[in-house]
Design a protein around this ligand. Structure first.
Ligand SMILES: C[S@@+](CC[C@H](N)C(=O)[O-])C[C@H]1O[C@@H](n2cnc3c(N)ncnc32)[C@H](O)[C@@H]1O
Length: 290
């Protein structure tokens, strides 16, 4: 049975998917590097994500990255392991993960936006990364069986979810016992109402962002352990303006007004990278002998 909450969640996801389809089209018409240089959703954040220069096989995917961090730089992924990427977009982190797991490993990218999945399919094919699978689905109900992943990664996606507790539960479900997660995402403290109600600021990864303490608690409430922030980049006013200003292009906001608005959000939005793991199950005991 569909509840009113399901349909409002679907509406949020539809709006996000539409805006990422449009952002991807803009980035593709601008050419390489385009989506990291303009006011597309998360594009300005991606420019700050801190990747090394990609090698040639990955440059197509890198130019369409909408991430806000580099979760895999904190993951000691080994050959043969399984990595699941929540909201894999055009596939850059999938390809970096594929290099780490090698031909014997497995990388599964989940995204809900057809245009992103198609861009990722082309990037994966061009890179010859046969170990990468793309699955269409929502991160609140991952199309993945339980206990599959050595690593769950996600880059600038969970802030976009209308049901973040469900996403945290899904991370715990698909991780193997002892499996680990590395998440880069946006957090925000005490945002003003004008910003929280902007659909574009939502798709730009700002308006839907949780306060950091709630984010970390949400992961712990899902049963995940050793939850800690290992990197943080706090955005200044100019960086936040680059993320949101396209929404206000027709509002006739002059320089002084921008300054006043941005003073309300200066220092309140940050990209963090969070690490943690799923508890290792206790060994079965047999006749009192463990
Ligand atoms: C900011 S982009 C990040 C993409 C990619 N992780 C990267 O670093 O380039 C957000 C991506 O998450 C996807 N997405 C957003 N909400 C989602 C949801 N609830 N379920 C599945 N995918 C979602 C969007 O389609 C988009 O591809």
């Amino acid at each position: 049975m569909t509840t009113p909450q399901d349909s409002s969640h679907d509406q949020v996801r539809r709006s996000v998917a539409e805006q990422y389809t449009a952002a991807l089209e803009r980035s593709q018409t601008r050419g390489a590097g385009g989506c990291c240089s303009g006011p597309a959703p998360c594009g300005a954040a991606a420019a700050l994500a801190g990747y090394d220069a990609p090698d040639e096989a990955l440059s197509g995917a890198a130019s369409c990255s909408f991430g806000c961090g580099n979760p895999l730089s904190f993951a000691e992924v080994l050959p043969g392991q399984t990595v699941v990427d929540l909201g894999s977009g055009a596939g850059y982190d999938l390809l970096v993960a594929a290099q780490k797991v090698g031909a014997e490993g497995r990388v599964i990218g989940v995204d809900m936006t057809d245009a992103m999945l198609e861009a990722a399919r082309i990037n994966v094919q061009n890179a010859g990364a046969h170990q990468v699978q793309l699955r269409k689905g929502v991160i609140e109900a991952l199309p993945i069986a339980a206990d599959q992943a050595d690593w769950v990664i996600s880059n600038c996606v969970i802030n976009l979810s209308p049901d973040k507790p469900k996403v945290f539960e899904e991370i715990a479900r698909v991780l193997k016992d002892g499996g680990q997660f590395r998440i880069s995402d946006i957090v925000a403290e005490d945002l003003p109402a004008w910003l929280k109600s902007s659909e574009i600021a939502y798709a730009a990864c700002v308006a839907g962002a949780l306060p950091e303490a709630l984010y970390l608690q949400g992961l712990r409430d899902a049963g995940l352990q050793d939850v800690q922030v290992v990197a943080r980049l706090t955005y200044d006013a100019a960086q936040i303006r680059a993320l949101i200003e396209s929404d206000f292009a027709d509002a006739g906001i002059d320089a002084a007004q921008w300054e006043a608005l941005l003073a309300q959000v200066d220092g309140k939005v940050a990209s963090i990278t969070v690490t943690g793991r799923k508890e290792t199950a206790p060994r079965a005991c047999c006749g009192g002998q463990c």
